[in-house]
Each structure stands twice: as C-alpha cells, then as structure tokens.
Design a protein around this ligand. Sequence first.
Ligand code: DAH
Length: 367
Amino acid sequence: MNIEIPNLTAFDEAALDSAFAQLERQARAAAAALDGEAAVDGFKLQWLGRKQGLLNEISGRWLKAAPVEAKKLLGVRFNALKAVVEALLDEALGAGPTDAALARETIDITLPGTRRLMGAEHPITRTLNEIVGVFAALGYSVGVGPEVETDYYNFESMNFPPGHPARDTQDTLVVAGQERRPQRDRLLMRTHTSPVQMRTMESQPPPVRIVIPGKVHRNDAADATHSPIFHQVEGLCVDTNITFSDLKGTLDHAMKALFGSAVKTRFFPSFFPFTEPSADVQISCIFCGGKGCRKCKNSGWIELLGCGMVDPAVFAFAAEKQPGYDPKKISGFAFGMGVERIAMMKYGISEIGSLFAGDMRFLGQFA
Ligand code: DAH
C-alpha cells in the first residue's frame, strides 16, 4: 500500500498531532488489509525496515528539520507511532489466515484425513518371539541358519544316511540341476531347523544352550493344518551330565510358560534319527483341561513337539570340527516344535492358511 508522508511545515503540537494521526490512520488501514504471510512480511519491511522503512524515513525527514525546542515533542509522538506499528504487526502475525485467504484455500481442511494404520506383529512372529522368550529367560541364546541348506547339514550330519527311509518322511523340495554335485553338497530347502544344531556345534565348543527359530519347507499339500512353508523353533542343550530329566524339566516348564501353569506334559516314545532315545511331547488338552473333547479326539492330550537325547552319531559329526563334542564326555538334548500349530492353539485359529493369506480382516484382530 502506498503511504504518504505529509510535509511538516509547522512544529507546534497541533501540527505534529495531525501529521502523526494521518500516519497512524494509514498504518492501521494498511494493517487491516494485510492478507497472507507475504503481505505481513511486506508491511514489516515497509514500516520497520532498517534502511528504507517509513519510520526511518520519517525520523530522517522530520526530526532533522525540527527546531531544537520541537525535537522532544516530535520524539514522543514518533515513539508512540512506532509502538502502534509494532503492535499492528504483532497482531497480524498472530492472526492466522484472513477470511479472504481461507476463501482462496483449495484444500478442504474439514475433510477427514488419511488414516495411518497401526502396525502389529503377525501372529506367527508373535508366537515365535514368545517361544524364544521363554528359553531366553532360561539363559538360551538365539541363532539362525540358512533356508537353502545342503544335504549334509539337513540330513547326513543329522544321522539320516543317504538312502535312509526316514528321509522320505520329510517330503523334501530340492534345488534343480544339482545332479553333478556329490550328494552331500546338493542344495535343498531345509525341511526342519535341526541342521542349525550342527552349524552351531561346528562354530562353538560345548557348553551350548541355543534356540533357533526359522522357516522350513516341505512338499506337503496344503490343507487345514498343513502348509508347504511353516516355522519351527529348534532347541539344543549340550554340556557335561545333561540327562533326560533335564529335558523333561525344561520342556515341562516351557509348556507351562506358554499355555498356563495348569498344563501337564507327558513324554511318549518316538523316533528321530538324530536323537536316542526320542520322544513326542504331549500336553494336557488346553481346550477341555484333559477331560476329552473334539480338539483332542477325546484323548485329553495334544501332541505338540519332538525331542530326545542327542544321538552320539550326531556328536561324532560335530567332533570332526570341534573335538569338544566327544560323546564319551558330553551329552545333550534337543527339541523341535512347529510354530503355526502352537499359534493356532493359542489363538483358536482353525485354518493354517489364514496365517499366510494376508487378509487384513484376519490380521487386524491381532493388532
Ligand atoms: N526336526 C524334527 C522335525 O522337523 C523335529 C525335532 C524332533 C527336532 C526331535 C528335534 C528333536 O531337535 O530332538 O520333525
């Protein structure tokens, strides 16, 4: 806005009052018309600018010309005008957008915003962490291994010799084009997390206490309880004088920690090539408390994991790289459990596929 600085010809109080009043009117009118940040900045520069600001010019033009006896009268009025301008500026800075600015606004700030969904742990991850947490609290460390594994680690070193019928129980998915390699070097998708037992023992001498969570693959047809990709948590404990009662006590504690202190466990004879003796662990049915229901097929028990004392033949493979695993000097136990199965029981999920379908309506229930 163009501001006119009147010419001062007389310096009596009446003349000064009228000249300053004219300036103040112009300042107020200019401030009232301010619209937007840029305009407020312009106002500030126009009035208060150090070199070319109007106040600076007024003081230059009027104060210099004023006779000595009028300087004080002029100075008082000048300071009053400056205070008014500063107050107008403060007001303009704090006022926010004017109605005119709002009318030009093209974004409708009254529209609902884009909602950002809260992330949540997948139920498999959550269960996996919970299982690992139970063992971490017992002093177990946590390890991982590769999903593409060699025949040696997945089978041979776990005491499945080539051609052994137990290999057939694992429905292995193999990597194509490996025929020219020696059998032990052929790559496959690991069918269980047990090969990480051997990788762990090869990399560190006993004692070992470790849990290994991870993904495993099998050429299984998908149905309500099977998926070709699923997760396991493997456990391995090796030291001097580790006994079957250590195994029982550890897993009984773990099952109570996972499913509640009322849960009972029992150990059933079983077979795994890498443990001897081997057992299947059953827990009392968490749905009926052991009375018998549809979920436990009226037996009162649910089979949950495999375990056993590490077979001396497995220690012999480990001892090739770490002589400390001499089966005459140390002993140990191992266990392996399916994470999906445990998650399904804990959260009452009836179809394993819903854990992998990525349907937000399902996953959102775990947020
Ligand atoms: N690897 C076995 C499987 O996938 C599970 C298992 C059983 C792991 C007994 C163990 C064990 O460490 O001792 O079926």
